[in-house]
Design a binder for this molecule. Structure first.
Ligand SMILES: [Zn+2]
Ligand SMILES: [Zn+2]
Length: 170
């Protein structure tokens, strides 16, 4: 979905739509619900609002895939891409706004939506806060049940340490 910027009036533009988005970077399970307010101020375009989408993530501990609802808030200011080439480097203000660039008279909303979802996805997703992860020795999923490693006695590397400390006590 693309917005033609010259068609946006002084009153701004409100978008409220649901669209299926395809992305190589993230697995989307539901259409993306998007509510945005777009306003122009000179060459700058302000986009504010929110996005809700169901995505599939992979747990960083047990590697299981699981669905999660992502809520991304959008607060981006777009500059014409020509500004990048100009000598007068745009000063990046230290505020909460993300910055983007548009080319010509179009703003690609689909790109914005996928970008914002990807930014919101946690770096190390967890299927649950209490996920037990995989056994570092046999790779069993400890959420399913304990593996037999635990009953095979302590980790040999720890046993060496224990000996060392026991010696120190003597
Ligand atoms: Zn997990
Ligand atoms: Zn194990």
């Amino acid at each position: 979905m693309k917005i033609v910027l010259s068609e946006i009036t002084d009153e701004g533009l409100d978008l409220d739509f649901e669209e299926t988005v395809a992305s190589n970077a993230i697995q989307l399970l539901t259409p993306v619900r998007t509510k945005l307010r777009i306003e122009k101020a000179g060459p700058e375009v302000f986009v504010k609002g929110g996005i809700v989408a169901g995505v599939e993530l992979q747990c960083s501990r047990c590697l299981a895939r699981f669905p999660k609802e992502i809520e991304a808030s959008v607060n981006v200011v777009y500059h014409p891409v020509e500004e990048l080439k100009g000598e007068d480097k745009h000063e990046v203000k230290e505020d909460e706004l993300d910055m983007g660039f548009y080319k010509g008279d179009e703003l690609d909303i689909e790109e914005l939506v996928t970008e914002q979802i990807i930014l919101t996805v946690p770096m190390k997703p967890l299927c649950s806060e209490s996920c037990k992860g995989l056994c570092p020795r046999c790779g069993a999923d400890l959420n399913v049940g304990a593996c037999s490693c635990a009953s095979n006695g302590p980790d040999p590397r720890l046993a060496v340490l224990k000996k060392f400390f026991d010696k120190g006590k003597e």
